[in-house]
Write a protein that binds this ligand. Structure first.
Ligand SMILES: [Zn+2]
Length: 413
């Protein structure tokens, strides 16, 4: 683990530097390790050390304003970028005394998006009181002798996925497979449930955008429900093959990127273009799998945004069955608790490289960008995801195989 973190930080420095200062590239090569140590030391003060030497750790600059008052800055991996300033750091008390410190967290040229949370062990998180003044987050913490994690959302790192995938595979009939490797050589893993006699595939992907943790949480609960031992699941898995790729951007996750992969590309603008290794791994799988009678019938892609939204393909688009998404979301709305409102947002945006659009255009099927709000209650995310899995399995089973095949309308002349 420490080896991985070190190499990640190193690669990150190279990339940031290359994108911002390409002209002086030749001279700076020899100074890279110096550059790294300078930036790491910049967050160490006589009384406090802000560390980012862990997966998803992210702070680029630190300033001590007064003895107990610090300003931390997070910068995006490259631009242009959707302004979603991610931050995650560990606060180490270097004094033997407890200290009250205040921290200002700024995103470079971006308003705050993620509200601060705190954790001792990196697993259990609690919301921190905060103020937002001049587009910066202000927090005050009592620093005891224990290190403290502070981050914009709960941290779900690559190590977590590795354990979760293994545990899920162990408890269910799903098989844990390596789909391929990311640009920096990290594993992109998949959970697969298939039978040779089955012809219909359901695909689930997640974490194209690293800080979108509420979407990641929804995917975990959705898949756990899909893999649970119940009659509905048994019926569903007896007919449908399932492919789940929980974490498509492991490099972005490790580096604490705001949105892109390690090459500075938004993966959800790369479908159909396939310029990135990560999307290419899925393309290869699709091409290899969807041969002869094998057919993709539906897909979900988990994200987060300001509110809970389900981006769908319109019912009059060239997809089958025409009202699939509309019907399912109606069922989900009826089945979820009254405090949750399902907001479907049908739309088409051709040639922009978006996953759901690509699948609609390539395979004539529905798929949905499942977006959870950044601040949606975590128990509600779980409840909605479990209900989503149940209602989706019911709906998919109620549709005959031929109804999933798109038939262009015959014009009456
Ligand atoms: Zn997203």
């Amino acid at each position: 683990m420490p080896t991985l973190s070190t190499s990640v930080a190193f690669v990150h420095v190279i990339r940031t530097w290359r994108l911002s200062k390409s002209v002086t590239a030749v001279i700076a090569l020899g100074a890279m390790s110096l550059c790294l140590s300078t930036s790491a030391q910049a967050c160490e003060f006589n009384n406090v050390h802000f560390k980012t030497d862990f997966e998803a750790g992210k702070i680029d600059e630190c300033k001590q304003l007064t003895e107990n008052h610090f300003e931390l800055l997070t910068k995006p991996e490259n631009r242009p970028i959707n302004p979603s300033p991610w931050y995650a750091f560990k606060v180490v008390n270097k004094s033997t005394e407890n200290q009250q410190i205040s921290i200002v967290i700024k995103g470079e040229k971006a308003k705050p998006r993620y509200l601060p949370k705190m954790s001792i062990d990196g697993k259990q998180w609690q919301a921190l009181p905060f103020d937002i003044i001049d587009n910066a987050i202000h927090i005050s913490i009592q620093l005891q002798q224990q290190d403290l994690y502070i981050a914009g959302q709960e941290i779900i790192d690559n190590a977590f996925y590795a354990q979760w995938n293994q545990a899920l595979a162990k408890q269910s009939g799903f098989e844990f497979q390596q789909l391929g490797l990311s640009t920096e050589g990290r594993r992109i893993d998949a959970l697969v449930h298939s039978k040779p006699e089955n012809k219909e595939w359901f695909l689930v992907i997640g974490r194209q955008h690293p800080p979108e943790i509420t979407g990641a949480l929804a995917l975990l609960s959705f898949v756990e429900e899909l893999a649970s031992q119940q009659q509905l699941n048994a019926d569903f898995l007896a007919r449908f093959n399932v492919m789940i790729i929980p974490n498509l951007n492991p490099d972005g996750v490790a580096e604490g990127n705001w949105r892109h992969n390690t090459k500075g590309t938004d993966l959800n603008r790369d479908w159909g273009k396939f310029t990135q290794l990560e999307t290419q791994q899925v393309q290869t799988w699709l091409n290899k799998t969807l041969v002869e009678q094998q057919k993709l019938v539906f897909a979900l892609d988990f994200h987060s945004t300001q509110q809970d939204i389900f981006y769908t393909m319109p019912s009059d688009y060239t997809v089958a069955p025409s009202t699939f998404s509309e019907d399912w979301l109606k069922q989900l709305n009826d089945a979820t608790v009254s405090s949750f409102t399902v907001r479907p947002k049908p739309g088409s945006s051709p040639n922009r490289g978006i996953f759901k659009q690509y699948l609609a255009d390539e395979y004539n099927i529905h798929s949905i960008t499942y977006e959870m709000g950044d601040n949606t209650n975590r128990e509600l995310i779980k409840h909605v995801a479990q209900t989503a899995a149940q209602t989706l399995m019911q709906q998919m089973l109620s549709i005959e195989p031929e109804q999933y095949i798109y038939q262009p309308a015959v014009s009456n002349q």
